[in-house]
Every structure is written in C-alpha cells, then in structure tokens.
Design a binder for this molecule. Structure first.
Ligand code: URP
Ligand code: ZN
Ligand code: ZN
Length: 463
C-alpha cells in the first residue's frame, strides 16, 4: 500500500488552521499530528516537504456540465478533459447533472450518466438528477433514485424551448415529494413567463448584447420569490444555483428573514465579470444563462460572499470551443455556457483571501466543506480528518500568475479570465492518495474516478 507523509504543511479545514504532519496510507488519511513520530512512518513512505505551502481539502466544483449533449451539439470538455483541467485547478470531486430521459425512470437516467462518467472520469464525482416532467409514480422513482446514491434533484424555471420547464403545479408536486423523501431540490431561477413578456415587447435585432436585455435580473428575482414561496409552503430547504444579481440576492435576504432556508450558490463569473463583456469583439464567448449583469451586481455578490450570505461558489462549467461559441451572433442561439473549473480556486483566493477580506478556512468552506455537507458527501469529502478520503491540495498562497488561454487546459482553448493576474496557485492535487497533478504536469490519466454516493443532504450543514 502506498504511503505519503506531508510534512510541515499548514493545514486548513473550514474552521481552523494549524501546522502539522499528515500521513496517508492507500486512499485514506490515517494520521494528522503536530509531528508524526518516526516509528509510525511505514518503510518506503514518500515524504513531501510542504513547508511554506497550505494543505487544503480537495476542492469540490459543485456545478459542472462535462460532456453535455444539448441543443444539437456536445460541450468541448469531455469527461477526460474535464477531469484533467479539474486536477490542475485542485478539484478532486465534481458534481455533474443527469438529464431526465422521460422515456425511462429517474434512476435509469441517473444510472446511464453514472456509467458513462465511471468509464471516463479521472476524478471523483457525485450527481444531481434533472427532473423535467412529473414521473407517473414519483414516490417510487425518488425512492429508487435515493437508493443508488442520488439524493439531489435539479429543476428549471425556464428553458421551455428545450423541454426543461415544468408548470407550477407540477413543481409543487416535485417539491413535496422531495420533502417526503428527504431530498434536496436545486433550482435554476429565471421566471419564464416574465422572460416571454420581455421578449414580446422587444424590437431589437437579437445581437449578443441583447442576451442581457432579454433575460433581466427581474426574471431571477421573480423566480427566487416563487421558489422561496414553494419552499416555505412545503417547509423545506431549497438550493439556488448560480445566483447572478443583486435583485435575486435581495429576494433571498427577505425570504431568509421570513425563516425560509435558502441555500445560495454563485459563480466566479457573476462575481467578477459584467455585461460589458458582451460588447467586446467576441462577445458570444461571454454568453451564459443567466447573463452577465451590471458591475453593481458583481459588487453586491462580492459583499454577500464576504458577509457569508453565500454558501457555495461553483462554476457551472459548460465549455464550448471558440468555433462553437462564434458560430452564431444571434443571442437566442449562441450556445450558453463558459469554462471555469480550473480557474476557480485562484480567482476566489485572489479576490477574497489575498486581499484579507476572508481567511483561508472560510474559502475552504465555500469551495469544499459546504458543498460536501450540503450535498451529503461529508466527511468523506470536504474535510482533512483521519479516516476520510485523502483528497487534498498543496496550495501556494503567494504564487502570482496570469491566467491565459495558453496555460489553462480546457478543450475550449480559452478562459474568460485571460489576462487576469491572480495570487495563489495549486501546486499539487491528490485524489484518494494519488498525485493527479503536480508542478503543471498531469498525472491522473491512469487514475479511475469514482461515483460518490450522496448521503442525507444538509445533515451536517449549518450556515
Ligand atoms: O449557460 C449555462 N449556464 N449553461 C449551462 C446550463 C445551465 O443553465 O446551468
Ligand atoms: Zn442553469
Ligand atoms: Zn448549470
């Protein structure tokens, strides 16, 4: 069995930091002590000196779409390519999504995705199951789904055109069934009726910039209000994916004040990019849904992040090549989505930790421990404790580098953050005790990623 001793590192979990040695045997962390005594160190143990580096739990990107087949095309990053770029970004687990194949059951839909990912992924993964229509026997189907380790479902309040939208009454049934089965509902919030109303009054030419005009933040606000009211009615928690606007945030605030448990995810692009990007020469490359907003929205979300009003930062990584993105300049048909997994930890560190607005433990909470707790993967993932999976990264908090199309690894071959100088870089990434990326070299090709079953969501989570 391989063993590794990480010596002299500064360990961070979501609440504390301390200088210690960490011993890994096989796939697990077996000991963490101030100084691990020589007689505990197995012969042949590899010793890594982590002096000056931070040891963090493996990052979890809780919102990815690798190898997504949609709108007549497939996203640029396959499961292999997604795993590789994730390893460079310190990400050891992603949470991806299974489409709802309405010709079969939810569990079968999930199984298909789990099988496809198990065959090709080189990092671990959990899964959320999309629901796009009411199954005939939802109780039986949810029970079956839970049984295979998928305890989180994803619904949309928009995308009627691609068959994802369910009527309000159906949503209500899905919510109350999830409540009965102790499952968590994640929601993409944009009110489709309002979007239709905006579109009916629009007389523009559907240029790239009008993506933001046609999907205003008011739509997000209305959907958050509605979803919050459903959660209140059903007395359950709800998770909002990729919150993008101050209006949406203010809705979350008033719902929380009323006692509704709204869990909020945002993404680096809603924190750091604004809609002026849509006016640039290759504006299509900045199209995702919801769209980029105003600078004021960035700042509101940034402040909320620092004030701990946001629970999770994840990326919604949904990469298309430049050719795919630029194949249309009509905002209704540009493939929506951008890459992001690889850049996430450096961007968040640069903004929040390097500027001393947040400490590293708080960053660990946002990028690893919180998603693990919320989605039922904790403590196996998202922690540094003896007995848990040896998923960890060595992170250099002082390394200054510039994100560039040439030094990131997405098969889309571009980063929306190209040219940004950031402080903080992943030096080594370990998945279950195996080095999968180190010093800018990918080593994960022969490592098999595994499906991680979700236990009870939210069991360990308190804001
Ligand atoms: O534009 C985006 N976000 N594409 C991915 C699908 C989604 O809505 O999350
Ligand atoms: Zn979405
Ligand atoms: Zn998404």
């Amino acid at each position: 069995m391989n063993s590794i001793l990480i010596r002299n590192g500064m360990l961070f979990d979501s609440v504390k930091s301390y200088k210690a040695d960490m011993l890994v045997q096989g796939e697990k962390i077996v000991a963490i002590e101030k100084e691990i005594s020589v007689d505990l160190i197995p012969s042949g143990c590899e010793i890594i000196d982590a002096d000056g580096l931070c040891v963090l739990p493996g990052i979890i990107d809780a919102h990815t779409h690798y190898h997504l087949v949609s709108r007549g095309t497939t996203t640029a990053d396959s499961f292999e390519e997604g795993s590789k770029l994730a390893a460079f970004g310190g990400v050891t687990t992603v949470i991806d999504f299974a489409d709802h194949d309405k010709s079969t059951t939810l569990a079968d839909s999930a199984h298909k995705r789990i099988d496809a990912m198990s065959a090709k992924m080189h990092i671990d993964f959990a899964l959320h199951q999309g629901i796009y229509g009411l199954p005939r026997d939802i109780d039986r189907e949810l029970e079956e789904l839970s049984g295979i380790g998928v305890r989180v479902v994803k619904i949309f309040t928009t995308y009627k055109n691609v068959g994802y939208l369910m009527p309000s009454e159906t949503l209500r049934e899905v919510f109350s069934a999830c409540k009965r089965h102790n499952m968590l509902v994640c929601v993409h919030c944009e009110d489709d009726d309002y979007l239709e109303q905006v579109a009916s009054q629009y007389d523009g030419d559907f240029s790239v910039r009008d993506h933001a005009v046609l999907r205003p933040s008011e739509a997000e606000k209305r959907a958050v209000d509605f979803i919050g009211s459903l959660a209140r009615e059903c007395q359950m928690s709800v998770y909002i994916v990729h919150l993008s606007s101050e209006k949406g945030l203010n809705s979350v605030r008033s719902l929380r004040k009323d006692g509704v448990d709204i869990i909020v995810e945002t993404t680096p692009h809603y924190l750091f990019l604004d809609k002026s990007r849509l006016l640039t020469e290759n504006g299509s490359m900045y199209v995702m849904t919801p769209p980029l907003r105003e600078k004021a929205d960035n700042i509101a979300l940034q402040d909320a992040l620092i004030a701990r009003e946001i629970d999770v930062v994840a990326t919604d990584h949904c990469a298309f090549t430049k050719e795919q993105k630029l194949s249309s300049s009509d905002c209704r048909t540009i493939y929506p989505g951008i890459p992001g997994t690889e850049e996430m930890v450096s961007l968040v560190h640069n903004f929040a930790v390097a500027s001393s607005r947040m400490n590293l433990s708080q960053m660990v909470a946002l990028l690893s421990t919180n998603p693990a707790k919320i989605f039922g993967l904790y403590p196996r993932k998202g922690s540094l404790e003896p007995g848990t999976d040896a998923d960890f990264i060595l992170f250099d908090p002082e390394h200054i580098w510039t994100i560039d199309d040439e030094n990131i690894h997405s098969a889309s071959h571009y980063s929306v953050y190209s040219g940004e100088q950031v402080v903080g870089k992943v030096v080594m990434t370990y998945l279950r005790g195996q080095l999968i990326a180190g010093d800018d070299v990918y080593l994960g090709k022969s490592v098999k990623g595994r499906f991680v079953k979700s236990d009870i969501p939210l069991e360990h989570y308190r804001r």
